[in-house]
Design a protein around this ligand. Structure first.
Ligand SMILES: [Zn+2]
Length: 329
C-alpha cells in the first residue's frame, strides 16, 4: 500500500485531495471514476490513510498506530461496503452498512470513512437510500464511491459529490514502470503498454499473463500466413480464434496496433517508432505490399468490425469481412 507520493500519474487528483487536506476543506462525498485497473482503490486508500494518520500531514506516515491499523486492514473507522449479490448493491446493503452506522461516532479518529467499490452496481433504491445520508452527513463522515461508470448514478447523487476522473498514464510512464519495477523486457513492455492504453493495472496483468504471449504468437502466425492462406484455411482459423478468444476486441486491438506500425514504418522507415519492433521483417514486408489507401482501408475495416461486434453481428462473419479486406490490400 502506498501514500500519494508512490502513486504514478494522476497528478491532478492527488493535488486536489492533498489541497483539500491542507486547507481542511474535505468534502463529505467523492466519486472516483475510471476503468478497472487504473488505480481507484490505491488513490482512495492513500486519501483515507492520510486523513486518519495521527501525524496529520498530506502524506501518511506509515508508522503511527492509525497507519499500522490501516495497513493491516484493521482500522475501525474505515468501512468497505460489501454486498452479497455479486451484480448488485441493494438497498439493504446501504442501510445496514452505511445509514445505520453513520451516526455512531468514529472510534479513534477525526473521520469515519465509507468506501463503496463498484458503486455503479447500486440499485436506484440503494442510491436513494444513500442520498439521504449524503444530504445531511455527520461532520466526521466521508463517503467515497469508486466506479467504472458514473453515468449510472442518479443526477442527485452526482450533484452532491466531488467528481474525480482518473486519466490514462502516458505509455512512457507505463513502460518505465514495467521495465524498472517488474523487470519486463523493453520490447514486451512496449507491447503491454500499447495494449493497456495507459491503464497500469491492465499493463501489469498483461505482463504477467501466460495467455498473452501465446495470443501474440498466434496473431503473428496468422499475419505471416495471411497472404498465402486459401479461403478454407482462413475459415478454419476464424473458428479457432472465436473458440480460443472470448474477447475479440483484443484481436482487433492487436490488428490495429499492427497496421499502425505498418503505416508508421511506411512513412518513417524508423524502427524506433514501432511497437512490434522485433517483427521488423514482417512489418517491412507488409509495408512494401500495401499502399497507403490500402492501409487506410484496413484500419477502417477494423473500426467497422468493432461496430459490427457491438451490434451483435456474428463473430465469424465480422472477422471474415475484416480478413477479406486485409488480404485484398
Ligand atoms: Zn500515520
Amino acid at each position: 500500500m502506498a501514500g500519494f507520493n508512490e502513486i504514478l500519474g494522476h497528478e491532478e487528483i492527488k493535488e486536489n485531495l492533498r489541497k483539500a487536506i491542507r486547507n481542511n476543506r474535505i468534502s463529505h462525498a467523492y466519486i472516483l471514476s475510471g476503468e478497472r485497473g487504473m488505480g481507484k482503490k490505491t488513490i482512495a486508500r492513500a486519501f483515507a490513510m492520510t486523513l486518519l494518520c495521527e501525524r496529520s500531514s498530506t502524506e501518511p506516515c506509515m508508522e503511527c498506530h492509525s497507519c499500522r491499523q490501516f495497513l493491516s486492514d484493521n482500522h475501525p473507522d474505515v468501512i468497505w461496503v460489501s454486498h452479497e449479490k455479486p451484480a448488485t448493491i441493494g438497498v439493504d446493503d446501504i442501510r445496514t452498512q452505511i445509514n445505520d452506522t453513520i451516526t455512531i461516532r468514529p472510534y479513534e479518529s477525526k473521520y469515519k470513512i465509507y468506501l463503496v467499490d463498484e458503486a455503479e452496481k447500486m440499485t436506484v433504491q440503494a442510491q436513494n437510500a444513500l442520498l439521504k445520508t449524503i444530504e445531511e452527513p455527520p461532520a466526521y463522515a466521508i463517503l467515497m464511491l469508486l466506479t467504472t461508470n458514473e453515468e449510472l448514478f442518479l443526477p442527485t447523487i452526482l450533484s452532491r459529490c466531488v467528481k474525480l476522473k482518473l486519466k490514462p498514464l502516458t505509455d512512457d510512464t507505463v513502460i518505465h514502470y514495467l521495465t524498472e519495477k517488474k523487470g519486463i523486457s523493453e520490447e514486451d513492455a512496449h507491447i503491454d503498454a500499447a495494449f493497456a492504453r495507459g491503464n497500469l493495472g491492465k499493463a501489469v496483468e498483461l505482463s504477467g499473463s501466460e495467455e498473452f504471449p501465446a495470443f501474440r504468437a498466434e496473431m503473428l502466425h496468422l499475419l505471416s500466413q495471411m497472404h498465402s492462406m486459401d479461403t478454407a484455411e482462413m475459415l478454419d482459423w476464424i473458428s479457432k480464434l472465436v473458440k480460443d478468444c472470448p474477447d475479440l476486441s483484443q484481436v482487433l486491438d492487436f490488428l490495429q496496433l499492427w497496421y499502425r506500425d505498418v503505416l508508421a514504418f511506411k512513412v518513417t522507415r524508423d524502427l524506433n517508432t514501432l511497437i512490434f519492433r522485433s517483427e521488423y521483417g514482417l512489418i517491412s514486408e507488409f509495408s512494401q505490399k500495401s499502399s497507403y489507401p490500402g492501409l487506410e482501408q484496413v484500419l477502417e475495416a477494423i473500426d467497422k468490425a468493432r461496430v459490427r461486434l457491438a451490434a451483435n453481428v456474428t463473430k465469424e462473419l465480422t472477422l471474415e469481412l475484416m480478413l477479406l479486406t486485409m488480404r485484398e490490400t
